[in-house]
Ligand binder design. Sequence first.
Ligand SMILES: [Zn+2]
Length: 310
Amino acid sequence: MQANDARRAFPCFDEPAMKATFDLTMVRSADMTALGNGPLVNTEERDEFWVADTFDTTPYMSPYLVAFAVIDYPHLDFTDHVASPGFSGAMENWGLVHYMESYLLYDEAWSPTYRKIYVASVIAHEVAHQWFGNLVTCEWWDETWLNEGFASAMDYMALAPIDWPVAELGLYEQVFPQLEDDEYNTTATLRPEIPSPWDAWDAFSWTAYNKGASMVRMMQQILGPDTLQRGIQVKHNNSEIHYLKLQAAADNVTDVGGGPLDVASKMDSWINQIGYPLLSVQRDYLDKTVTFNQEKYNPFGLDQPSSPYE
Ligand SMILES: [Zn+2]
């Protein structure tokens, strides 16, 4: 129900920061099966044709993660992954992930290899959201890039244990396309203004996914994988923190010596303006000097929107 469809399904305070537990009872046709976010705890016959299924109370979560489905095929009692005809994209509902059919279904006999990689990366993305988004959530839609950036980074990082060419795929699918988009002056910033819930979808730009994932890769390379992971683990261990905010994450990250790392201010100029810098390095072998020059990469000489940075 992301971004704001929960309010269309039932009365609720439908904002990401307004977390609650949900108790769901679904009345379905007797010959079908109902699925909810959690396990089924009670079934009650209503009459000859209808049955009421009650599901376990959900974790404390944003309303946009509530989901239900009625199916006519068998399923296993784990986190359910459902391929829905007519559904577009994929959605990380807690315990009941929905996919368009081509994002989940793979047939060894006729599907091409790239389809196997794509399906694996989409599943990795949605499973990563159970943490980045579901457990720790952006407080408002303007921080959507943190949800989508971390989940998108996991598209490929999660495939490392099966020895797929993770780094190359991440570069090819996420970093290079974003570098190309950001050559122009029309891309969105990572933290766009989202004045009302009806503007929420503006936050789900390719920038949020591709540049967001690129930022996570960059943070991983600056901090080192262990430090980045430690920052995320602190968040999990502190039950007070339910919202994903870069500043809060930065406050929790320390360097190997235990000192503070000001990650947030280092990332701000990447987050609040479009584009990226072009770094030129000139070596003078006679003087034995190296000169660095940095400017905004603007290959087409386009007018640039105003920026809070020089
Ligand atoms: Zn996502």
